[in-house]
Design a binder for this molecule. Structure first.
Ligand SMILES: Cc1cc2nc3c(=O)[nH]c(=O)nc-3n(C[C@H](O)[C@H](O)[C@H](O)COP(=O)(O)OP(=O)(O)OC[C@H]3O[C@@H](n4cnc5c(N)ncnc54)[C@H](O)[C@@H]3O)c2cc1C
Length: 407
């Protein structure tokens, strides 16, 4: 199998590189460098998406008639790789990558005409309302009630872990419209305006940093929220089919390019002098061995991802491979953040508050640390999520066992 890029692909890679160099500006780069999760703030994120939109590169996975790029799988891979290597946030947000494919496949002509252009222009931010307290891996047990009242559904209940709900204009949401014996058959798929009266968003504080304005996950409460029946996707009770269709778009990104970018940063940090060590972490043989192990892992993952892309280009099905890539990719992501934490040591939490000093009534002086160390601890805590979301790693093990071992 030939894993080298063809000359026209290399030309395309240069074009992508030139575009990123010109448009991923200083402000965005500075924010990306301090980011705990690779995202920018909402304003910068939208600014970047609009630049990609103006270039016609915002929706590589969409069909051309809806505004897609018409790229080959290799071009899509190159695009994702170059974006990740530059530290630019990917276009795989909830509107473009998750909601839009469902609207395209199952929406009415009115729903397509209303929502798709606004997703493409990045004028509307979407969030995903799937998980509920007690209904995550076992999603079919969800219970957010939607009762029919005239031309509306009336919603009562809550959604949880809703990423960036505080920024969202719209939510795509799974609701329970009936209590069938087969739980999946009582679920419907709604699109709802987040400004509808009765919706309350409550941030969930997480270990990765102060929640003010920067929280990633939320609980969203619904109290007699009226959603027009016209906002339902497809048939009542068929939401599970649409939800499963959507989930295939949640996974499937390449991990290796982002990991290569993180490893390069990690190596730079490990070479810096630490006054508490009297040297740099890279000089420690145990640390170097761990780093080398991880680099080999990422190289192997990269080769596997390229092989999978080459296979997909030739029409091969993904099968359990996407679960294996998710497992390996998420574990490597976590390993990078663990080593980064080791590399910066005591500087990892430069803003630790001395609560005993506060109790004694003394002024609290946060421990000073270099700028490069500031995002490391938040990043370490933030990346614990990668083995939970998009189908937890235990669930991926189950899928692999079922599809490959037949158990
Ligand atoms: C940062 C973050 C962002 C998220 N964003 C969103 C979002 O925007 N929208 C949304 O709808 N959801 C979101 N989620 C929710 C995510 O999809 C769920 O957390 C995930 O599906 C796991 O569900 P749970 O948290 O209820 O855990 P549970 O399903 O209760 O699982 C708890 C533990 O038990 C294990 N387990 C469960 N079932 C099995 C099984 N059958 N076999 C073996 N082990 C099992 C799990 O692997 C896990 O370790 C997000 C989660 C995180 C962490």
């Amino acid at each position: 199998m030939d894993l080298d890029f063809a000359p026209e692909d290399l030309k395309f890679r240069d074009e992508v590189r030139a575009f990123i160099a010109e448009n991923f500006d200083e402000d965005m780069r500075a924010k990306a460098a301090q980011s705990k999760n690779g995202h920018l703030d909402k304003e910068a994120q939208i600014r970047w998406l609009k630049k990609l939109g103006d270039k016609g590169w915002i929706a590589p996975d969409w069909p051309v008639e809806h505004g897609g790029t018409g790229w080959s799988l290799t071009q899509k891979y190159i695009f994702e790789m170059e974006m990740a290597l530059a530290g630019a946030p990917s276009t795989s947000n909830m509107g473009l990558r998750m909601c839009a494919p469902v609207v395209m496949a199952f929406g009415t002509p009115e729903q397509k005409a209303h929502h798709l252009p606004k997703i493409l222009s990045s004028d509307v931010w979407w969030c995903q309302g799937y998980s509920e307290p007690g209904s995550g891996s076992d999603l079919a047990s969800l219970s957010l009630k939607a009762e029919r009242d005239g031309d509306d559904y009336v919603l009562n209940g809550s959604k949880i872990w809703t990423t960036y709900a505080q920024w969202a204009d719209w939510m795509f949401c799974l609701v329970r419209t009936s209590n069938e014996a087969v739980r999946q058959m009582g679920i419907s798929f709604l699109l709802l305006d987040m400004t509808t009266p009765g919706i309350t968003i409550q941030p969930i504080p997480t270990l990765d940093g102060p929640p003010e304005g920067d929280q990633e996950v939320n609980q969203v409460f619904f109290e007699n929220v009226r959603v027009p029946v016209a906002n339902r996707i497809g048939d009542e009770g068929k939401g599970w089919t649409y939800a499963k269709y959507l989930l295939q778009f949640e996974r499937g990104n390449a991990y290796a390019p982002g990991l290569s970018n993180q490893l390069a940063k990690l190596k730079t940090i490990a070479k810096l002098e630490r006054s508490d060590l009297g040297g740099a972490m890279i000089e420690d043989p145990t640390f170097r061995r761990k780093l080398a192990d991880l680099e080999i892992k990422v190289e192997a993952l990269n080769a596997t991802e390229l092989r999978v892309f080459a296979g997909r280009s030739a029409g091969e099905a993904m099968g359990a491979t996407s679960s294996m890539l998710k497992l390996e990719g998420s574990q490597a992501q976590q390993a990078v953040t663990e080593l980064a934490l080791e590399a910066v040591g005591v500087y990892a939490a430069p803003f630790v508050r001395d609560t005993w000093a506060e109790i004694r009534g003394e002024t609290n002086v946060p421990r000073a640390g270099p700028d490069y160390a500031a995002p490391i601890a938040p990043m370490y805590f933030n990346y614990r999520k990668t083995s939970i979301y998009a189908g937890s790693n235990e669930i991926q093990h189950n899928i692999i066992a079922k599809m490959i071992l037949g158990v």
